[in-house]
Design a protein around this ligand. Sequence first.
Ligand code: NAD
Ligand code: 89V
Length: 339
Amino acid sequence: MKIALIGCGFFAMNQLHAWNGIAGAEVVAICDRDPERLSLAAALAPKAAAYTDAAEMFAAGGFDVVDLATTVGSHRALVEMAAAHQLHVICQKPIAPTLADARAMVNAVDATGKTLMIHENFRWQSAVRAVIDALRSGAIGEPFFGRISFRSGYDVYAGQPYLAEGERFIIEDLGIHILDIARALFGDATRITATTRRVNPAIKGEDVATMLLDHTSGVTSVVDCSYATRRSPETFPESLIEIDGTLGTLRLDAGYTLSVQIGDQVETRDVSPTLLSWADRPWHNIQESVQIIQQHFVDCLNQGIAPETDGQDNLKTFALVEAAYLSANENRTVDLTEL
Ligand code: NAD
Ligand code: 89V
């Protein structure tokens, strides 16, 4: 599989490392408008052709897959260019700035018969996957309540300064992952109620969001996110999960500890992520999930099946993001059929 990577910034380095660890995948072209970033990426893909202009790279061709690691404003134009060249696409989250853009992008790739996967990796974190697998095994019976919580005071702005600059912040950037975990666990949601707050005066968008979801499965879930929470130990970037079911409870606690309680019996196990050779704590959790989702993409293409977070699937996660902002802005519950 020959891959072209567009965007060689902060997060793309993880994607390049991950491709280097996947048998049968090879990054043959890299592109960034910024020559300095391009040369940093070239160190991880020394044989790849390097471009500062995406249109030139598409015209030169020689690859089957485009992996987009640019920020959201460029996603639609680049996905449409990839579709025009009949390529498979992986696009970083958030898929687009608006639902209309997101729908147009999904339609553009669907019309070619190629695969679009959104790089929605949190559901592939090994600890989160252990919860998904345990729930799907039926261990705790039928779930009726869930809480997925991500609260941290970690300085995310140092590595990603743009996070401090947008009108929208935590729901669009981080909440999107946590809402997607809620969908992976409990299925699609029908209604959402959200509140937001900005605590850090040095940023533009909201850094706290609390969301209540009704799922078609009958589960009620709470998704709460904060980048304004001082806590010791700092749990970045762990998602903590509690699920109540008719037979018992599941809990993913800080330190990657998974407990399953059935009656009075509690079984606890360590579900810590592997520290890959190129990874750094505390990001190793996210970094491992990058390797896993990219392997999932390759496996799905080889088997001719859709990845879990293909374009159509991710429209539902992105609709929750849009609905959460609408709910918070209008101070009301939003039915997903409104969007
Ligand atoms: P960044 O600003 O560090 O890097 C983006 C790079 O893209 C820059 O080097 C920029 O020059 C380049 N670029 C932008 N538009 C371009 C274009 N049209 N042609 C060529 N190059 C272009 O951003 P980042 O922090 O690496 O984030 C990139 C994406 O990854 C964002 O969508 C972000 O939300 C996402 N992200 C995902 C995760 C995750 O866990 N899935 C984590 C962090 C960031
Ligand atoms: O995963 C992400 O999307 C990152 C962060 C963990 C900082 O929210 O932007």
